[in-house]
Design a protein around this ligand. Sequence first.
Ligand SMILES: Cc1cc2nc3c(=O)[nH]c(=O)nc-3n(C[C@H](O)[C@H](O)[C@H](O)COP(=O)(O)OP(=O)(O)OC[C@H]3O[C@@H](n4cnc5c(N)ncnc54)[C@H](O)[C@@H]3O)c2cc1C
Ligand code: FES
Length: 251
Amino acid sequence: MKDCTATVMSNNEVARDTYLMVLQCDLPIAVPGQFVMVKIKSSLDPFLRRPLAILHYEDGRLELLYKVKGKGTTEMAGKKKGDELSVLGPLGKGFSVPAEGEDVMYVAGGTGVPPLMALAEHLKKGRMIVGARSKADIPLWERMNKIRGVDVQAATEDGSLGRKGLVTDVVEDELSGTKPRVIYACGPNPMLKKISQQARKAGARCEVSLEEYMGCGFGVCSACAVKTVAGNQRVCMQGPVFDAALIGWDS
Ligand SMILES: Cc1cc2nc3c(=O)[nH]c(=O)nc-3n(C[C@H](O)[C@H](O)[C@H](O)COP(=O)(O)OP(=O)(O)OC[C@H]3O[C@@H](n4cnc5c(N)ncnc54)[C@H](O)[C@@H]3O)c2cc1C
Ligand code: FES
């Protein structure tokens, strides 16, 4: 983990209210699923850093893909080339590596695209299912479709891209055909809970990346605690990637 000053190289809207920010900074090497804590302003407001998954990091070039939600991400969207941010990372535990020949499925909903795209770009195999309300909400669709060795499918609630419906509907269909041995997922908790149940039923291993509220990002404040079968765990330290079977989804 390193705290570094990062310079904005570009910051463009790539889907509705969703921006791809490219930063120049000097971080240690990261694995897919790890994240950074971004301090958007040097002033006190917003005070806390915001957690964002690492979409890609190589040779001092860091890519973050973020949806504008509140104060912090609104400030981020206003950043221009040459502006500086403070980036702390890489943080947390990333996804496990599938065994040789293990059939892989990635499922992304909402702001869950970045860690799964990072993994798909790294592994270069498997099927990726992306869900959103509408086509306009799916970021980096072309780039996703260019990942060598990865088949991409979309599910939109209004039917404007791919199958009309929820991402979990596609997962259900996929699981009734060829059975993946491992499912990696990130998105809203109800989606993750459903995928966890689907995976269990199909006998597949499932890892989920949780997006909990965070304070520090490195184990000090306990703001990110979640209930697991092994007791409370801090998402920033023991996660954000967890074995879905360990999460107490109803607590
Ligand atoms: C490990 C991790 C990785 C994430 N990766 C991404 C990503 O790659 N792209 C992306 O768009 N979003 C991601 N998120 C969610 C993102 O951190 C929040 O959307 C963002 O912090 C909202 O900040 P805000 O100031 O705009 O919103 P506000 O609502 O004003 O934020 C207020 C406070 O709530 C926290 N907060 C609000 N929503 C969330 C949330 N869903 N998860 C965690 N904290 C939240 C903020 O950090 C802040 O402390 C990730 C969250 C986690 C935990
Ligand atoms: S965010 Fe502070 S302990 Fe996890």
